[in-house]
Write a protein that binds this ligand. Structure first.
Ligand SMILES: [Zn+2]
Ligand SMILES: [Zn+2]
Length: 345
């Protein structure tokens, strides 16, 4: 089969012809139909995120059809449409048995620790493959398995309830899904903090309150808009100490701040005034869970979570085209997602 893989950090991806993966009794072999090109793939290629196994086939946003199912697989048969949960886990350790597989001691990320979806076929454990309803196109089935799934996990971790207010810091891929999912949770007012004019306009068009951080401290703007009460939940999706601090400061009593963005900076708070006195909670969010995928598929199927078709671009399974889209991701601030589309057989 053909694949496009990372052979050296800092170098363009290369095409290779390799043997079809052999599956075990609990695995499925999937014929890839769509594979999303993610910002983190660009970080792997550039060496910003460490890769410790080379060569590796990138790609962790995958949808396709079951080609072959191992003898122990009961929920899938060849021809089924599926999307892939990207965290491969042992299923037996103290975390896996509690449904917390993101802490599995032998957990592996598809497209990083093991070969991913920039290929004609991929082998995954059967429990990582979820049936993709016919109404959801393969390309949507692929891209919803990363940032949308993590946005959903963040809202779950923050215990967002109907009627509560929320402030979302950052309107990239995560924020775009978080806004729609928050609405699906039937929340009250949604505030979205941004600096990009086009994104601020879109936030308004989507019926949420755009907070322009260029026009002054977003915390003060949120406090004004909520009559000094603050919000119940905040999501930090940018990955900066400054916005993390703001995400805590804009909370009201018993508020929960979910931190999703990554940063190596340290963050400072005034413990009494900003945390203790209001009994606020600061919650870390890492990836998402297999148990959340069926509900996520449901939100997409019911149209509550949408991806505008004009925001999708397609390339072939071709190293030159994939490298060019990874280059474009380096400076991109747009809501454009590129998907590798393979011709269905
Ligand atoms: Zn991704
Ligand atoms: Zn485990």
């Amino acid at each position: 089969m053909r694949e496009v893989r990372l052979t050296a950090v800092g170098k363009p991806l290369e095409e290779a012809e390799v043997a079809l993966p052999q599956i075990g009794s609990s695995d499925v072999l999937i014929r890839v139909v769509a594979s999303g090109i993610c910002h983190s793939d660009e970080h792997y290629r550039a060496g910003i995120s460490k890769i410790n196994r080379l060569p590796v086939t990138l790609g962790h946003e995958i949808a396709g059809r079951v080609e072959k199912a191992g003898a122990d697989i009961k929920h899938l048969t060849p021809g089924d449409r599926v999307c892939v949960h990207y965290l491969v886990h042992c299923g037996r350790c103290e975390f896996c048995v509690r449904g917390l597989e993101q802490f599995c001691r032998t957990g592996q990320m598809i497209g990083k620790h093991r070969d991913g979806g920039y290929a004609e076929f991929i082998k995954v454990p059967g429990r990582n493959a979820f049936v993709l309803p016919d109404q959801i196109p393969f390309e949507i089935g692929a891209i919803m398995m990363c940032s949308s799934a993590t946005a959903f996990h963040a809202l779950n971790k923050a215990r967002l309830k109907p009627g509560e207010s929320i402030a979302i810091f950052g309107f990239g891929g995560l924020g775009f899904s978080a806004l729609q999912l928050a609405r699906a949770f039937e929340v009250g007012e949604i505030y979205v903090v941004e600096i990009n004019p086009a994104k601020l306009a879109l936030i308004g068009e989507l019926g949420s309150v755009a907070i322009d951080a260029n026009k002054g401290n977003p915390v003060e703007q949120i406090m004004d808009a909520t009559n000094g009460k603050g919000v119940d939940v905040s999501l930090e999706l940018i990955g900066s100490a400054r916005t993390m601090r703001q995400a805590v400061q804009c909370l009201g009593a018993l508020g929960r701040a979910a931190l999703v963005g990554l940063t190596a900076e340290s963050m400072s708070l005034f413990p009494y005034a900003e945390v203790i006195n209001k009994e606020v909670e600061i919650i870390g969010v890492s990836d998402h869970l297999a148990s959340e995928i069926p509900a996520l598929i449901g939100f997409v199927q019911s149209g509550k979570l949408r991806f505008p078709p004009d925001a999708l671009r397609f390339v072939e399974l071709n190293a030159e085209q994939i490298n060019a889209s990874l280059d474009a991701l380096q400076n991109s601030i747009e809501h454009v997602r590129t998907v590798i589309r393979l011709a269905p057989k």
